[in-house]
Write a new protein. Structure first.
Length: 302
C-alpha cells in the first residue's frame, strides 16, 4: 500500500556559503517548513495530491525570499514575470502559464487551466484576462518587487553580477495513490523580456504519471528544457527500470558536455518513495512522508 508524501524545492544553484547568513538560512528553512506544512495538511486530511502541490507552491509564491510570485527575479527592464505549471498523474491533464505579470498566484491559474483541460498553455495578456475572468487574485507588478530583488537588480546594472536563478516546486502522492507535480518561477535574473524557461513546459520542468512518478525541476531552464529532464526521469523509470533516485541522479548528469548548468530534481513514486538530486552545493528542499517528521535542508551536506 502506498504512503502519502510530499516533496518540495525552492531552487538549486551554486552558491558561496559566505553569501548566506545564518539568519537568511533560517528564513529559507522557515519558508520551506510553511510550504511543506500547507501541502502535508491537505494530504493528511484526505485531500488530493493536486490540491497539496498547489497549496505548497502558493505558500512559496507568497514567501519573499523565493523566486516565484512575490520576491521573484526581475528581468532586464526591472520587471517581474512568472511561469508555472501543474500536472495530474491520474488523467495526464496539465495547465501552464508563462510571461504573466499580474496574477498573485501563477500556480493557481495553471491549476485552473488543468481543470478546464483546454488550453494547456496560456501566455501573457491572454492568461491574465483568463485569470481575471475566473476571479483569481490580481496584483499590480509593484506588489511582487521586494527591496532585496530591486537592490540586486541595481547591482547588476552597476557591476554586471552573475545571473541568479531559482524555481519553486512540489510533487505529491495522496491517500488514493494519485500523483501530481507543480512548478512556479520568476525566471532568470536580468532575463530578456519574454524569455520562458522550463517550468511551464510539460515534460521539461514538470511531469506526472500515476504509474511511474511525479517530477519537478529547478536550475538553469535552458539546459533542463533541452534535456527534457522531467520526462527523462519518467522514461528511465518506465523503460530502463531505474529506481526513482537513480533516475533523478542520472538526469542531473545527462549529457553534461552539452547541457551545462545547475540542475535540481524532486520526484515521488506510486509507492510513496521520494527522490531528490542536484548537481549544485545547495538546493532548498523539504519532504514529509506519512508517519514521519518533516525534513528541510539547504546545503548539500545536510
Amino acid at each position: 500500500m502506498n504512503k502519502y508524501a510530499i516533496v518540495i524545492h525552492a531552487g538549486a544553484e551554486a552558491m558561496d556559503p559566505k553569501d548566506v547568513s545564518p539568519e537568511k538560512e533560517q528564513k529559507y528553512k522557515q519558508g520551506l517548513q510553511q510550504a511543506l506544512q500547507a501541502g502535508y495538511e491537505i494530504l493528511e486530511n484526505g485531500g488530493s495530491a493536486l490540491d497539496a502541490v498547489e497549496a505548497a507552491v502558493k505558500s512559496m509564491e507568497d514567501f519573499p525570499l523565493f523566486n516565484a510570485g512575490r520576491g521573484a527575479n526581475l528581468n532586464e527592464q526591472g520587471e517581474p514575470a512568472f511561469d508555472a505549471a501543474v500536472m495530474d498523474g491520474k488523467t495526464l491533464k496539465a495547465g501552464a502559464v508563462c510571461s504573466i505579470r499580474y496574477v498573485k498566484h501563477p500556480v493557481s491559474l495553471a491549476y485552473a487551466l488543468l481543470q478546464k483541460s483546454k488550453p494547456v498553455l496560456l501566455s501573457g495578456e491572454g492568461a491574465e484576462e483568463y485569470a481575471k475572468g475566473i476571479g483569481l487574485d490580481m496584483e499590480d507588478p509593484a506588489y511582487f518587487i521586494t527591496s532585496e530583488r530591486k537592490e540586486k537588480w541595481e547591482e547588476k546594472e552597476q557591476e554586471k553580477l552573475a545571473e541568479q536563478h531559482d524555481t519553486v516546486g512540489a510533487v505529491a502522492i495522496d491517500k488514493d495513490g494519485n500523483l501530481a507535480a507543480a512548478t512556479s518561477t520568476g525566471g532568470l535574473a536580468y532575463q530578456h523580456k519574454g524569455r520562458v524557461g522550463d517550468s511551464p513546459i510539460i515534460g521539461s520542468g514538470t511531469f506526472a504519471h500515476n504509474d511511474y512518478c511525479a517530477v519537478s525541476c529547478t536550475g538553469e531552464g535552458e539546459a533542463i528544457m533541452r534535456g527534457v529532464l522531467a520526462h527523462e526521469v519518467y522514461a528511465m523509470v518506465k523503460y530502463a527500470g531505474e529506481s526513482l533516485q537513480d533516475a533523478c541522479t542520472k538526469a542531473t548528469k545527462l549529457y553534461d558536455a552539452q547541457l551545462k548548468g545547475d540542475k535540481g530534481i524532486i520526484a515521488v513514486s506510486p509507492t510513496g518513495e521520494i527522490a531528490l538530486a542536484f548537481n549544485t552545493n545547495q538546493m532548498k528542499r523539504g519532504y514529509r512522508i506519512q508517519g514521519g517528521e518533516p525534513v528541510v535542508a539547504v546545503w548539500k551536506e545536510e
